[in-house]
Design a protein around this ligand. Structure first.
Ligand SMILES: [Zn+2]
Length: 384
């Protein structure tokens, strides 16, 4: 059996675990832990608070700082309401394409890692090589966030990280962050004929949205020089604005769901500071003057930092050498890479399969893409 055939077989195993983000990933983590342990890796399974999810860290070589991390997420997006032609959790092949939920995003990369591990392990010398398989990437990179906290606590910092999200093996050195919030407004109900006696939650939500749009305008002026993003500045989107029941009732509740996509970390702080000041100095005093119980609360759904293109990035340079790429790219989708970069790790995104197939019905990856990824990992071995 060739390396590629073994990889396809392992991918079939991985696809058979229905690791939709809302469900447990413990079975697939158990499978991967067993496979990596058989090859001589040191295994650490780190559970989340619920005990139903876990990250796996499998390490070859010495303990300690430095070295390389190969990272992939084990969760997949749901299949419900999608027109799949066959069972999404039983991989099938047609014309060199392997179909199933997660083939491309991103169990294909994980299968390549597992099959390349014995060869890589043999070449590891004085620095650690970590394989990191995470939970809950699709729902806000929760697994990677927990992993970053763990690394911080242990004062450990790998030097390089390759995140194998589907890029068709192109080298990606930048993407925007994704920060999502849910803001709720609690007012005081009353009759529409006496607006001054109530606190109109919808009106305050509208003023909040107005301020968000104002901040969005000011963000354009903060566009970093030479930004390669499209659009090149940090954007804000208001996705939900709801509240109220009838035209003659002062509404007591309203909500706004919004997101920003920062091109630099400072923009996220800028937006949060501006909105906090507006809430605390303008909106809340006016609301509480009428009803002390009125309030505004903002819940963070996710704060996934972007991957900022850097002048020096050893992971990017390594991937360019390994793949022979003569250029790098910026992508519009988020990954775990920014979280690792925030820890001071040089991070790059490069993996098999196309983002076009990710999250779709009849998701697939080609044998050819898996082969290219195995080539990259084989060349990596000789550079460890
Ligand atoms: Zn993914």
């Amino acid at each position: 059996m060739t390396l590629l055939d073994r990889t396809v077989a392992t991918l079939g195993d991985l696809i058979s675990f229905p690791t939709v983000s809302k469900d447990t990933n413990l079975d697939v983590i158990g499978y991967l832990a067993r496979r990596m342990e058989e090859m001589g890796a040191r295994i650490e399974v780190v559970h989340d608070d619920s005990g139903t999810k876990a990250n796996l860290v499998a390490t070859f070589g010495p303990e300690g700082d430095g070295g390389l991390m190969l990272c992939g997420h084990t969760d997949v997006v749901p299949v419900a309401d999608q027109p799949w032609t066959q069972d999404p959790f039983e991989m099938w092949e047609a014309d060199g394409l392997l179909y199933g939920r997660g083939t491309c995003d991103m169990k294909g990369f994980i299968a390549c890692c597992v099959e390349a591990a014995p060869m890589l392990a043999e070449q590891v010398t004085d620095r650690p090589l970590h394989f990191v398989f995470t939970h809950d990437e699709e729902t806000g990179c929760l697994g990677a966030q927990a992993l970053v906290e763990l690394l911080k606590k242990r004062k450990l910092r790998p030097a390089l990280a390759i995140i194998g999200e589907p890029t068709e093996m192109r080298v990606i050195e930048g993407h925007k962050g994704c920060y999502e919030y849910h803001t709720e407004f609690t007012g005081l109900e009353g009759h529409g004929s006496a607006p001054d006696r109530g606190v109109n939650a919808v009106e305050y939500a509208s003023r909040y949205v107005g301020r968000l749009l104002n901040v969005a305008d000011r963000l354009k002026a903060r566009t970093p020089e030479g930004s390669r993003f499209d659009p090149p500045w940090t954007t804000i989107n208001v996705g939900v604005l709801s509240g109220g029941h009838a035209h003659n009732v002062i509404p007591a509740r309203a909500e706004v769901a919004w997101e920003m996509r920062p091109v630099v970390l400072e923009d996220a702080d800028f937006v949060k500071a501006d909105m906090d000041a507006y809430v605390n100095e303008v909106l809340l005093p006016a609301m509480k003057a009428v009803s002390p119980d009125a309030g505004i609360t903002t819940r963070t759904i996710a704060e996934v930092p972007g991957l900022e293109p850097m002048e020096t990035n050893a992971a990017r340079d390594l991937c360019c050498t390994l793949t022979g790429a003569n250029g790098t790219h910026i992508v519009p989708f988020g990954t775990e890479a920014g979280l690792f970069q925030s820890l001071g790790i040089d991070a790059v995104v490069c993996g098999p399969g196309s983002i076009q197939q990710a999250h779709m019905a009849d998701e697939f990856i080609s044998r050819d893409q898996l082969g290219q990824c195995l080539d990259m990992l084989t060349r990596l071995g000789s550079r460890l």
